[in-house]
Design a protein around this ligand. Sequence first.
Ligand code: ADP
Ligand code: ADP
Ligand code: MG
Length: 451
Amino acid sequence: MKKLLVANRGEIALRIFKAAREMGIKTVAVYSDADKAAPHTRAADEAYHIGKSPPPLSYLNIPVLMQAVAATGADAVHPGYGFLSENAAFARAVEERGITWVGPSSSVIRDMESKSFCRGLGRRLGVPVTPGSIGKVESAGEIERLFAEHGPPLLIKLDKGGGGKGIQPIHHIEEIERLLTSSTGMGQVAFGSSEVYVEKRIGSPKHIEIQCLGDHYGNFVALGERECSVQRRFQKVVEEAPSPAVTPEERERLCSWSVRLLKEMGYRNAGTVEFIRSPQGEYYFMEVNARIQVEHPVTEMVTGIDLVRQQLRIAMGEPLGLRGDDIAIAGHAIEARIYAEDPSTFLPSPGTIDRIDFPALSRETRLDHALETGLTVSPFYDPMLAKLIVWAEDRPSAIVRLDHALGQFVIVGVKTTIPLGSAVLASETFRQGLFHTDSLADLLEALPLAR
Ligand code: ADP
Ligand code: ADP
Ligand code: MG
């Protein structure tokens, strides 16, 4: 790998450039009209303009991205997260050009894109999945039968969804028809697929996921879990590693399930296996994320392993230099995602950043961002501005450290979720490690955030 094109923008593009640069690999940025002067555009060795600001005309435009590959002579593509990162057609186009895709093969991505496929695989391998439909559901009648069998609440989910989009609870039999219509419509618009399936909604669950790496030779390693139970609208806001709820026995079981699933799929590169955990400690496999994840830094902080560097090494065909015994989880890491959003309504807050006071950074306090004064936060893209990550010897100290850093962090010009992060850290539920995926909504109700 000599020249890596990153088909993404913002903080993750900068993160990947950094790893590439440290490995002596040249970098290529792609940019839309809105990103002409963006930090990621300036940070690479070369930058290639890929079109207008709306994502379908630039960051989601496969033919134009392939033109960028050809024009710059890039011999590898890293898709980051979001955008085309789990798009089998893009991975296939890169493979067909005979260059390196930093991720699993296009055929594996195609399989995993379908959550029904994942559920079927889980069942086959003896990994528990939530009760519900085995495959996709086609009609309201089918959902009514599942409703009668499992009882409310159910969740209707997009078979090829992501980012929490299109997930809707079903409480009453009368709303099935309407929710089915709206989910299929949403799926068509957001993902070009109207397929849905139905599962039992687990009450007050925690979201627990296992970070894995696999090479081209069938070697796998699991790097422990992250807990991502602080969610709004099924999207993560604060993540940590390790989870305060997962026992060593549970960790071992989850890691072995995860490796079993990925092995069976013929998976390679970095991947995350997501589970939900019921308050009784039952785990259910949900899906595999076939990409680097937003919250990967918390795992890096507790393992000391650079996951993006591992991704690049694996993509180059190097055998995994790590074994299970090499993975030691030390201390505790927490990440707060900072979005340009109103912290209580989560409405996007685009605008121009007039001033930034950065928190003091150190080995223990890391900020992944693509921010600068004068930057325009564009309404076209995901509003995540930055990720503030801390490490400490133990969880209480990590909470104190993150709270302190959030307190120092000031962004003027757009509203941000900084106060939300502080409110989560201050909550007794979070401090006790009892947060579940509905806790944030409860917290916000009890404590409306001014600002
Ligand atoms: P992770 O599972 O990596 O924590 P998310 O599920 O929040 O991350 O999604 C990763 C990023 O990709 C987020 O910025 C999210 O908004 C974005 N994203 C997810 N799915 C889509 C999609 N289909 N289209 C556009 N952006 C998406
Ligand atoms: P996506 O691809 O959009 O990330 P997931 O299947 O990973 O979809 O679900 C996203 C989130 O929705 C989970 O993190 C969890 O909070 C919630 N969720 C999903 N399935 C269930 C379920 N059966 N019961 C309760 N919560 C669920
Ligand atoms: Mg998910």
